[in-house]
Design a binder for this molecule. Sequence first.
Ligand SMILES: NC(=O)c1ccc[n+]([C@@H]2O[C@H](COP(=O)([O-])OP(=O)(O)OC[C@H]3O[C@@H](n4cnc5c(N)ncnc54)[C@H](O)[C@@H]3O)[C@@H](O)[C@H]2O)c1
Ligand SMILES: O=C(O)C[C@H](O)C(=O)O
Length: 312
Amino acid sequence: MKVTVVGAGNVGATCADVLAYREIANEIVLLDIKEGFAEGKALDIWQKAPINVYDSKTVGVTNDYSRTAGSEVVVITSGLPRKPGMTRDDLISTNASIVQSVTENVVKYSPNAIIIVVSNPLDVMTYCAHLASKLPRNKVIGMAGILDTARYRAFLADEIGCSPKEIQGMLLGGHGDTMVPLPRYTTVGGIPVTELVAKDKLDAIIERTKNGGGELVKLMGTSAWYAPGSAAAQMVEAIVKDQKRILPVCIKLEGEYGINDCYLGVPAVLGKNGIEKVIELKLNSEEMELLQTSRKHVKEVMNVLDNMAAKA
Ligand SMILES: NC(=O)c1ccc[n+]([C@@H]2O[C@H](COP(=O)([O-])OP(=O)(O)OC[C@H]3O[C@@H](n4cnc5c(N)ncnc54)[C@H](O)[C@@H]3O)[C@@H](O)[C@H]2O)c1
Ligand SMILES: O=C(O)C[C@H](O)C(=O)O
């Protein structure tokens, strides 16, 4: 089982590390454009194997896509992270050209791979990878919802004073301030969250979740990597082990939720074919309105990408 991670920076190296120490793949190729960088990170991950007790092998390469040939899954993390004061959308012009060229190289050597996009702005970079790869929608998937729900669940665990393992939550929409956490679909040990957390506290947690990425950028001067890298690895695991997990992922909607041709986060079944089924929740009018606001925002940024492509 061969998995490639493009971008050996904070998120990419974390993802490769999780794939290795949890033995999700037995061969992991880590690729970066920076000479020697991926080789160094891969060697460090391999030298951790006797300590953490695993035998999955990580190999680092500098921009040599022939070494990625035959990968079953490819995770794209290459691109700039934002700095304090920036929005994710500010990254579009730099990251679109990186994601486009990386995707073209990936599919040249791994035409059957399932691609997981992590680079920001997430929903639009997933669209970009879809355009560059020409793969069907089930094989080009964005990672954001697992991270956003994990933040939501972690904040709820703190508030309730329980294990985060007990919290199940769902979230829709774009990866940005317009994301739509769904308290109606949140349970704690099977109990509706609204029975355990007062409305004002829940509203504050939802607001904190929406700004979760920005909170970390402000604290660290760059964006998060432990939870994002682990979230991408969880998607890889669901695919390579054909787990049929129901996870929030970014996909091109083709009529679901009454939305067409827009990349948005929705719950879906993830298995060996990538996205095997999109799950349509019965939203109430308030939730639908929030989802439409998110769609409008993502669509505007998708149009920016289309205009950039038209001018190129
Ligand atoms: N979807 C999400 O939820 C989520 C979460 C965290 C970060 N991100 C995004 O992921 C991206 C990576 O974040 P990071 O913190 O790892 O950044 P980073 O700067 O630590 O790493 C990015 C790496 O990409 C490499 N790179 C740049 N151009 C490349 C190319 N053409 N080919 C191969 N490698 C190339 C760089 O050399 C660098 O090592 C950013 O765009 C960030 O915004 C998304
Ligand atoms: O916030 C960012 O820029 C990175 C990522 O999208 C995140 O949510 O952590």
